[in-house]
Design a protein around this ligand. Structure first.
Ligand SMILES: [Zn+2]
Length: 509
């Protein structure tokens, strides 16, 4: 009778924007920090407050056979600046200590974002994979899942047996991704086979808005082709679009394949060549703020305006005022606006109470160049503790903590103000205050693209506009002062060249 499989579960997820303030231990503790058996307890809840991959992974392994979970640490928080190094170091040492004490491990699942940096480590994801591998040796399979915006490093590819990415953007396939990872890990534990890897990093640092998978564009086709290329011999083909704002030396679109050496190499080569040949697809136009105001006041159909420069889902603070000020200046009515992140303002609304009207200060404690301090007359319409169960897309089935929150009215604008940084990707964030989204001429969301999977009930693609407001997540990279990003890269540098080099467990790709 075969020994029962003992599988370690580790989660570390942060998307790091180097231009944003560091992400603190408190940020992780506040969002999701679970140790040991608490991981399993949380995963069993109806709407677990943890990355969706973890419950799906556990469920799939349950389906596959008998096993013994070794839950280690699962932590995740909203995108922000590089993680505090002390926090990461403590996480890592506790993780390794736990693994050291867990004898006879059969396999490891790592749920990571893949675009994390720390204040003292450019590649904490890679460091985690490397240290786990160093501790457990080559024979214990390690399978990781990653966000489609991961920046894949050499260290990650060389220390994982396979890396499985999301294949949707907006991200709606966290669970299938984790199930695929579970199945592959199970296969590797059963068979003892070792997968080779091949990887190419293209000198393409794509604007975030060109990485959608539901628009039939170049990236959508690449992801589709990568999935179609998977076979029994090459069970994992991983396309990662990258996250430019991490500003690492290994930024760029990567294509990796795990499996039979020569077949993996061929797949990576072909996909990379095709991508390079079609690279003009990564250029995209934005809508100016002036045009957005016209749309919000026109006779035409209702519109959804995405604030590209201030996406908390990419490290933005959710408090820039460029679009808000333009709307106020134009005296626009019937606009719904959210989520504006200002804990002081939300707190003040709670102190004043529902129905109160007063002169409120926006961005009282912020001196960011794009987040102006505004003094505005507001009315508090409704208050909330900010615990919302996600309804659609990214947050579906997950409890989201917005912190003390308030629905307010500012002239003709209805706004939701919250305390904890969250991108406005779910209609539930408005609806739980009783707002009827369909009744507004314009809805402004601080989100780059995930709002599409939440608000597609109300707006067709033709009613959605990506607005060029400035901020920490602007897709206009020339406005940011990158330090580590490799140059030249396309499309920032039109004359970028690529000569087909790659790497992996077998070399000379
Ligand atoms: Zn992502």
């Amino acid at each position: 009778m075969p020994a029962i499989k003992r599988i370690a579960i580790i989660g570390l997820a942060l998307e790091s924007n180097r231009f944003a303030p560091p992400t603190t231990a408190q940020d992780f503790f506040q969002s999701c920090y679970l140790e040991g058996a608490d991981i399993l307890t949380e995963a069993q809840k109806d709407a677990p407050a943890m990355p969706q991959e973890v419950p799906a992974f556990i469920d799939e392994i349950n389906r596959l056979g008998e096993w013994q979970p070794v839950p280690v640490i699962v932590t995740a928080t909203s995108p922000g600046g590089p993680a505090d190094q002390m926090f990461f170091a403590r996480f890592l040492s506790q993780t390794l200590e736990c693994l050291r004490g867990a004898r006879g491990l059969s396999g490891v699942y790592i749920c990571s974002h893949g675009a994390m940096t720390a204040t003292g480590d450019h590649d904490p994801d890679g460091t985690l994979y490397l240290e786990v591998r160093a501790l457990l040796g080559p024979d214990v399979p390690i399978v990781a899942t990653i966000d489609l915006h991961a920046n894949i490093s050499e260290t990650m590819v060389e220390n994982a047996d396979a890396i499985i990415p999301y294949r949707t953007n907006p991200h709606i396939d966290q669970a299938p991704c984790a199930r695929e990872g579970a199945q592959l890990l199970w296969r590797l534990m059963d068979s003892g086979e070792k997968l080779d890897s091949a990887c190419v990093r293209l000198p393409i640092v794509a604007p975030t808005i060109s990485l959608l998978t539901n628009d039939g564009g170049i990236f959508a086709q690449l992801v589709e082709n990568s999935k179609a290329a998977q076979t029994k011999d090459v069970p994992a083909v991983c396309v990662a679009g990258g996250f430019a704002f991490s500003d690492t030396s290994y930024n760029g679109i990567t294509i990796s394949a795990f499996g039979d050496s020569s077949k993996a190499k061929r797949i990576v080569h072909d996909l990379a060549q095709w991508t390079w040949a079609n690279r003009t697809g990564f250029k995209k136009e934005l809508t100016s703020v002036e045009r957005a105001i016209e749309l919000a006041t026109s006779e035409g159909p209702n519109v959804l305006l995405g604030d590209m420069g201030d996406n908390p889902g990419g490290g933005g603070r959710g408090n820039t005022t460029e679009i808000l000020e333009a709307l106020l200046a134009a005296g626009v009515k019937k606009v719904l606006f959210g989520l504006f992140i200002d804990a002081d303002l939300a707190q003040q609304c709670h102190e004043q109470g529902e129905g109160a009207e007063f002169e409120a200060v926006f961005n009282r404690q912020c001196d960011d160049v794009n987040a102006n301090r505004l003094s505005l007359s507001i009315k508090v319409l409704k208050l909330s503790d900010g615990l919302v169960e996600g309804r659609r897309g990214l947050y579906a089935g997950r409890t989201v903590k917005l912190g003390a929150s308030a629905a307010i009215r500012v002239n003709g604008i209805h706004m939701v103000v919250i305390s904890y940084r969250t991108q406005c990707a779910d209609p539930g964030f408005f609806e739980h205050f009783g707002f009827d989204i369909a009744s507004y001429k314009a809805v402004v969301v601080k989100s780059r693209g995930h709002f599409r999977a939440g608000f597609d009930e109300f707006f067709t693609d033709g009613q959605i506009y990506e607005v060029d407001a400035d901020g920490l997540t602007t897709p206009v990279f020339s406005r940011l002062k990158f330090k580590n990003l490799p140059r030249p890269v396309y499309p920032m540098d039109e004359d970028t060249e690529w000569h087909g080099a790659g790497w992996g467990k077998m070399h000379n790709l």
